[in-house]
Write a protein that binds this ligand. Sequence first.
Ligand code: CA
Length: 382
Amino acid sequence: MKIITCTIACFFSVIAGATAEKGKPNILLILADDLGYHDVGFQGSERIRTPHLDQLAATGMRFADGHVSASVCSPSRAGMMTGRYQQRFGHEANVPPPTHGMDVNERTLGQALKVLGYRTALFGKWHLGNEPKQYPTRRGFDEFYGLRDGHRTFWYDPAHDHDRPGDPKNVEHNGKQVRFEGHFTDWLGDRTVEFVNDSRDQPFFAFLSFTAPHAPLEAKPEDLEALGTDDHYCGLVYGLDRNIGKVVDALKRNGQFENTLIWFLSDNGRTVRQASNHPLGGKKGTKFEGGHRVPFILHWSNRVTAGVYDSMVSALDIYATSVKAAGGDLKQERPLDGVDLMPYLNGKKQGEPHPQLLWRKLECAAARDGDWKLIRVENHGF
Ligand code: CA
């Protein structure tokens, strides 16, 4: 295990962990969309304040070499939702034909946790299929508040939301279009808080899948003012962090925080010019590190010590780690490419979770073997 920093607080949290654990942990998976590697405080940003995420990073584990399994939205989510390289089931690019979504024979994390007694919900972007058979409520989620498509405006837009019934960009709740009020990031945060408040008697899995800071860059004026900027990308990240703070506050108010496993990461690297992947090369859509190496943290009070983990980990590990934490048997699953990270994080297992990681999207491919990287960039610009 390579932990290069650890606060004094983690010593006390380990001691407390012997008595604090009770019942199955809640699981909160928070995903940013197209967030730059450098664009949160805990990654070194000085222009975007993200105090709530910084607090989770300071009291949890930050993965310094954490990756998603693809450098664009839909395949990245397919890998994360199944714990399997998405190229195993033909989901290498956004909206792959002919199904325009993820193979419904694949098992999602929502399905896996639901059979373990969890109340499950998705808030925000799905992007794993627009067809009825691929609808989130048929893919393991009891509740779905969000859009089936990959992006939308952050404000209610009559041109889309009123005049195009059935458009996958519309905001829906369990199959019915709803008219949302205010900024979409706030709306998602509020729905998640409601769900958390209503889930005090049953373990829950909440997938908070923000559309921020993906384009269109439409920040809330109050967030721009609070941040002292006119850069809407920065304002979207600030608003995302502010809403994460709302959810964390709700968990703490309800006494759920200690028993909630919280993941945070981005689905791929930066795309807009306002974002920064510093110091990585490449961006969204490429197989350079800036395409798929992302801000990535795991917070689990009393179970995961505070620090920085510098061996390679993958979003593929979220499935195995979460299912195992929920009491599931990984041997019953179809072959997984991700692993349960907990034995590595608590020192029970030596070595690295992934000596190698692989990426493939059509003619582009890459492999990491420790510090070495091989990239095939045929017909693909930098
Ligand atoms: Ca994305």
